[in-house]
Design a protein around this ligand. Structure first.
Ligand SMILES: Nc1ncnc2c1ncn2[C@@H]1O[C@H](COP(=O)(O)OP(=O)(O)OP(=O)(O)O)[C@@H](O)[C@H]1O
Ligand SMILES: [Mg+2]
Length: 370
């Protein structure tokens, strides 16, 4: 799919921006703090209605103004969609082809993107939270249902934890209330886990091939969804039952800690190279390469699921990779994937893509073709 046009109004440091994008490669060059990542963030908003870095949506409204808007024109499957998103101090409004959607989930997923930022190189090395966020972002843009279940799960989890915190001592009434929340937690949690199991399984198939290519046939990469509710050998349909058992079993402990100690919010992806856990045994380079393989696999997986390649957003990431991995990255997208790259340096990159790329210069919230 192709993002043909992007328009911003009072988004971050952009008062007004109107851009046409190359179906192939667009490079945004500029010094620090000029607004390069802001552009990519706005595109993520069009895809997910959620930012990868803002805690609150209102952070994206240009200082001193009332609301921000992001609009884009997307071509996919020979059809054109216009997407509009308005961020107000309270809430968001979204439109597809001019028609307002009351549910955000009816907006999400018209545009698919894969964002690769320097912090993604920590995907394998970092805490489990990074890998769960990766799952949620990628699954979320392919499945609005998943996003819905996730939001419900988080709401119920919060409620449950509030009870655990309030309960100075466990009495029968409190335990009864807890049981009501438990059933909902199990319902949504099980749906989330099933989706994640399926997703990691598919991702594994693509990433294993890609990783072999990047390491010249050397390394066998395996991914495994590590679920706190499945013992080795358990079938996926045992999740709900195990979840129910564990919640009861850990109830006393959970009351003491004031938090819920099992569920998909505690899960992880296990990444292995030649059978060894990369998180524990991998070298820095192996951890980065595994992260790259997972990101590249995502591109293929989205294509497999939605029938078209997503738009690839590379935020300042090429300079973090050595030349061989840069070439793999650029090679594997080839001509097929629309790619937007931000960078602080012009040399190197331009040599690689001078002919193919449109180069824009970003200065203090303004963008001009260079
Ligand atoms: N709500 C806002 N209103 C106005 N300006 C904002 C707002 N939020 C952020 N900014 C400005 O945007 C700038 C950061 O932009 P951005 O993160 O896109 O920079 P960048 O070009 O990617 O820089 P780097 O190369 O350091 O990553 C900040 O310096 C800040 O001044
Ligand atoms: Mg940046």
């Amino acid at each position: 799919m192709i993002l043909q046009k992007l328009e911003l109004r009072d988004f971050r440091n952009y008062e007004l921006l109107s851009l046409s994008l190359s179906p192939q490669v667009t490079i945004f060059v500029g010094q620090n703090a000029q607004g390069k990542t802001n552009v990519l963030e706005s595109i993520l908003m069009l895809s997910l209605a959620k930012s990868h870095r803002a805690n609150r949506d209102s952070e994206m409204i240009r200082w001193g103004t009332e609301f921000a808007s992001v609009s884009g024109q997307v071509e996919r499957n020979q059809r054109t969609y216009s997407l509009d998103l308005k961020i107000l101090n309270r809430g968001k409004k979204v439109r597809v082809n001019g028609i307002e959607k009351r549910k955000i989930s009816d907006f999400i997923g018209h545009l698919n993107v894969v964002l690769f930022a320097p912090e993604d190189l920590m995907l394998v090395k970092g805490a489990p939270q990074n890998r769960r966020r990766f799952l949620d972002i990628e699954l979320g843009q392919m499945s609005p249902q998943y996003l819905h279940n996730l939001a419900q799960y988080q709401k119920v989890l919060q409620q449950r934890n509030n009870i655990l915190k309030d309960g100075e001592r466990m009495d029968a009434g409190l335990v009864g209330t807890l049981a009501v929340w438990d059933e909902q937690l199990i319902e949504y949690g099980t749906k989330i886990i099933r989706k994640r199991l399926e997703f990691v399984d598919k991702l594994q198939q693509f990433s294993s091939d890609i990783h072999k290519r990047i390491t010249s046939g050397g390394e066998e990469l395996t991914l495994n969804y590590k679920c706190s509710l499945l013992e080795n050998g358990d079938a996926a349909d045992q999740v709900s039952e195990n979840f129910r058992q564990q919640l009861v079993l850990r109830q006393k402990d959970d009351f003491r800690r004031g938090a819920t100690s099992v569920g998909p919010h505690r899960d992880d992806i296990e990444v292995r190279i030649d059978g060894k856990d990369v998180h524990i045994y991998g070298s820095q380079g192996q951890q980065r390469t595994a992260a790259l393989s997972m990101k590249l696999a995502e591109i293929e997986l989205i294509r497999h699921e939605v029938g078209e390649y997503p738009v690839l957003l590379l935020d300042d990431v090429l300079s973090e990779l050595d030349e061989m991995r840069q070439l793999h990255l650029l090679d594997s997208m080839g001509e097929r994937v629309q790619t937007l790259i931000t960078t602080t340096m012009t040399y190197g990159l331009e040599d690689l893509m001078r002919e193919k790329a449109v180069v824009y210069r970003v200065t203090d919230g303004e963008i001009h073709q260079s």
